[in-house]
Design a protein around this ligand. Structure first.
Ligand code: C2E
Ligand code: CA
Ligand code: CA
Ligand code: CA
Length: 278
């Protein structure tokens, strides 16, 4: 219910249903984190446009709700982000992703794994210690873990975010700026972030072969990243025309359905064997 100028809470039946629904879903999610059979990760490969090699994989959460079926991350991540539930959820994701990266490394096919990290986690003073504790416990080298953050996360509390990012980066963890182009970008600020990769949001990449404006944005982002010494990833690459356009612009890495959808670990391994065989 919306708070009016008088301070009186207005009753709003439609909104009330949403609130009840939200609370129920949050409760379900909390239980899912403990249950261990509803949440899983899929992995989407990142491909070097220069060499064709797999440079890493992004971990993307999947929730199989016991009664509602498969829930898209867009339906529950923002909700979890608005509460402290994002913390245990992120811990759970990190645990699963780091264990998988360790398996790949032990098998002799090391694949750096990228995990999406929300603002609230980044601003949690204990976050770096938690991540390094996990690396220590599992024996995964920091170089095989990458964290994807958004600019808005870094802008929310720049000093605190910067301290946290420095601690992670100094410890050898790769850092990417995610969804580039969608938020308020401050070039001066970006310049001071200890990040090594910039990911151009799929909304621009998907439109770049049809829209001049989007192509310009992609080109500008690539130039900016390279001038700052960062590697550039284009997300949402769906076809050969986009691959050719990105290669022409000197984009370093591509991620998208053109190469692979997010895959279960079993399917990822099958895809990888097939991809490497040519
Ligand atoms: P994102 O970080 O920007 O991730 C990229 C999204 O684009 C993923 O959606 C991915 O499946 C989708 N995608 C990849 N290639 C293509 C393509 O070629 N075409 C199209 N149309 N889509 C493509 P997904 O998995 O539904 O995740 C949505 C968002 O939810 C993510 O956006 C991220 O912000 C968030 N998210 C997902 N997993 C996690 C997680 O473990 N933790 C947190 N904090 N957020 C997560
Ligand atoms: Ca991401
Ligand atoms: Ca994105
Ligand atoms: Ca994102």
């Amino acid at each position: 219910a919306k708070e009016q100028a008088t301070g009186v809470q207005r009753y709003d039946a439609a909104n009330d249903t949403n609130t009840a629904d939200r609370l129920e879903l949050l409760g379900d999610l909390r239980r899912a984190i403990g249950a261990d059979d509803q949440l899983s990760l899929q992995y989407q490969p990142k491909i070097s446009l220069a060499t064709g090699r797999v440079t890493g994989a992004e971990a993307l959460i999947r929730w199989q709700h016991p009664t509602r079926g498969r829930m898209a991350p867009d339906r529950f991540i923002p909700m979890a982000e608005s509460t402290s539930l994002i913390r245990p959820l992120t811990s759970h994701v990190l645990e699963m992703a780091v264990c998988q990266a360790k398996k790949w490394a032990d098998r002799g096919t090391p694949i750096p794994v990228a995990v999406n990290v929300s603002t609230r986690c980044l601003l949690d003073p204990g976050f770096a210690a938690q991540v390094f504790g996990l690396l220590y416990r599992t024996g995964l080298p920091a170089s095989l873990l990458r964290l994807e953050i958004t600019e808005s996360a870094a802008m929310a509390d720049p000093d605190r975010a910067l301290t946290m990012l420095r601690a992670l980066h100094d410890g050898g963890i790769g850092l990417s700026v995610d969804d580039f182009g969608t938020g308020h970008s401050s070039m001066t600020y970006l310049q001071h972030l200890p990040v090594d990769e910039l990911k151009i949001d799929k909304s621009f990449v998907q439109a770049m072969t049809d829209s001049h404006g989007d192509a310009v944005l992609v080109r500008t982002a690539i130039t900016l990243a390279h001038n700052l010494g960062l590697s550039v990833v284009a997300e949402g690459v769906e076809d050969d025309a986009t691959v050719a356009a990105l290669r022409e612009l000197g984009c370093d890495v591509a991620q998208g359905y053109r190469f692979a959808r997010p895959l279960s670990t079993t399917d990822f391994d099958l895809w990888l064997a097939d991809y490497r065989a040519g």
